[in-house]
Design a protein around this ligand. Structure first.
Ligand code: PMP
Length: 393
């Protein structure tokens, strides 16, 4: 049903159109850009490039207005329906999480306070908070870091165990919307009920914004952080959305410098393009590709898909993979598998996956998709992995 729609959209990605022999299955690392995004950047740089907030000439005032209106565009993309909120542009999710940590959280914490953060998610969503704890400790303020509980069967947060970890000293909770290795929806809409009405929640939405609809109204979180480059925009731009209801405003320090205006232009163009394409349909397409991928891999001898296979068996609420499938081969090292796939023109992420708190071995192969990917590309990957069994024995 979606095939014709998808074919038209795929044709809008110049890098995909120019490389028909290659299969790009690494969009969780960074996504490709539609022509509309490249054209918007080119138009800005060739017809109105200027710094913001500096000049009174038309290019400068127009550039300033674009960045200001881009904040409203980001709010709309996040389903913000008129909250007292703000948007800061950053270089990406890692930078955004650091900004929340250093320019907001550090000022909120007193001796004996507690924060709950994920230890099995992307390291950017752990190290930022641990560094705040360590910086405060050097000044004699002790903050306790509590690990967000995880249900071992599903890989989802353990929403039932969470309330017992929330105390009157809990000041902050950090979570991830979609897991960057397992592709699991972490059911963050359940967090608010678990942590109560007053504790600010920060959401790492690096793998969800630009891939599916995201609504801060539904999720009832206080910060949303994401990277533009994973949402079809340029690298070097991202955003921090902050709701000002549960505490003082995010007060970014030292941001008198020149922003990435071309990046902001690309982000607006990407959000517009995604809206036109339809995020619900994109999600439908990418989750269907992931079902094909994980079913196909699970049927292969010696291959184990990480995360959701177990979770579905356990009757978990994690019902689908959001654009990401990660797997291991019993007999073939993940980096070798990455090379074999690369030889066949199939691009995936192999080896380790930036999971700071999960112990030593997070080596695996991650295949991830966006709207431009096709069932044929998935099948090509499956055929190569199937051949690896022969290679191993
Ligand atoms: N969080 C998650 C869930 C991610 O997948 C990533 C990127 N791999 C990041 C944070 C960091 O994003 P960036 O590298 O764009 O700063």
């Amino acid at each position: 049903r979606l095939a014709g729609w998808q074919r038209d959209l795929r044709a809008e990605f110049p890098i995909i159109a120019a490389n028909p022999g290659l299969a790009y299955l690494d969009s969780a690392a960074t996504a490709q850009k539609p022509a509309a995004v490249l054209d918007a950047v080119s138009a800005f740089l060739t017809s109105g490039n200027a710094n913001v907030g500096r000049g009174s000439y038309p290019w400068a005032t127009a550039a300033t207005a674009r960045v200001e209106s881009a904040r409203e565009r980001v709010k709309a993309a996040l389903g913000d329906v008129g909250d007292d909120s703000s948007v800061e542009f950053v270089s990406g999710a890692s930078h955004g999480l650091r900004m929340v940590a250093e320019d907001w959280l550090a000022d909120q914490l007193a001796d004996g306070d507690e924060i709950i953060v994920p230890f099995g998610d992307h390291k950017a969503n752990l190290l930022s908070w641990l560094d705040v704890r360590d910086a405060l400790a050097r000044r004699g303020t002790r903050v306790e870091v509590v690990a967000m509980p995880v249900d071992p069967a599903s890989g989802d947060y353990d929403h039932r165990a969470l309330p017992s970890l929330v105390t009157e000293r809990t000041r902050f909770v950090a979570a991830t919307h979609v897991h960057h290795v397992f592709g699991a929806d972490m059911n963050v809409h359940r967090l608010r009920e678990a942590v109560g009405p007053h504790v600010p929640i920060c959401l790492d939405a690096a793998q969800s914004v630009g891939h599916r609809p995201v609504s801060v109204a539904e999720l009832d979180v206080d910060f949303v952080v994401f990277s533009g480059h994973k949402a079809l925009a340029l690298p070097g731009v991202g955003a921090v959305w902050a709701r000002n209801r549960r505490g003082p405003r995010l007060a970014p320090r030292g941001w008198a410098g020149t922003p990435n205006t071309a990046g902001v232009v690309s982000l607006v163009a990407a959000l517009d393009w995604l809206d036109r394409a339809g995020l619900e349909r994109i999600r439908e397409w990418t989750t269907a590709l992931c079902v094909r991928l994980s079913d196909g891999l699970s049927a292969l001898r010696g291959v184990r898909v990480l995360g959701c296979q177990d979770s579905l068996a356990a009757g978990s609420t994690v019902q689908r993979r959001e654009g990401i499938v990660t797997f291991r081969h019993e007999h073939v090292r993940s980096d070798d598998l990455g090379f074999v796939l690369a030889d066949e023109g199939i691009m995936v992420r192999a080896d380790s996956h930036c999971q700071a708190g999960r112990g030593a071995d997070d080596r695996a192969v991650r295949a991830s998709v966006h709207v431009y990917n096709t069932p044929e590309e998935v099948d090509r990957l499956l055929a190569v992995v199937a051949r690896c069994e022969g290679m191993a024995s």
